[in-house]
Design a protein around this ligand. Structure first.
Ligand code: ZN
Ligand code: ZN
Length: 106
């Protein structure tokens, strides 16, 4: 089942210039303009997808979030904020509840 839908994290520089859909199409990624950020689980497995594959993701699976792609989505160390359903840069204040901070040991 996972082989049917295999998404690898995008290999991107910090500027996030490349925004190709990660949806794996047999032997290559879809590559269409990715407008959506999909977060699959609380381990922060995630990927960016085009309009078509954002719809598919929600039809066929149950991601914890599908939200509009924004710059922080692909920046290492940014946080997914559950309440706001978006990614933000980690301001270090620790005031936001996020999946990543929620994972940290108490
Ligand atoms: Zn796609
Ligand atoms: Zn995001």
């Amino acid at each position: 089942m996972s082989a049917e839908f295999e998404m690898t994290p995008p290999d991107l520089g910090p500027t996030g210039q490349m925004r190709g859909c990660n949806r794996w199409m047999t032997d290559r990624p879809c590559g269409a303009m990715a407008n959506w950020h999909v977060i699959w689980d609380t381990d922060m497995r995630n990927g960016i997808v085009c309009d078509e594959h954002a719809i598919e993701a929600q039809r066929r699976w149950v991601p914890i979030s599908v939200h509009a792609f924004d710059a922080p989505c692909l920046i290492a160390g940014s946080l997914f904020v559950v309440d706001e359903n978006r990614c933000v840069l980690d301001d270090g204040l620790g005031e936001r509840e996020s999946v990543t901070s929620a994972k940290e040991p108490a």
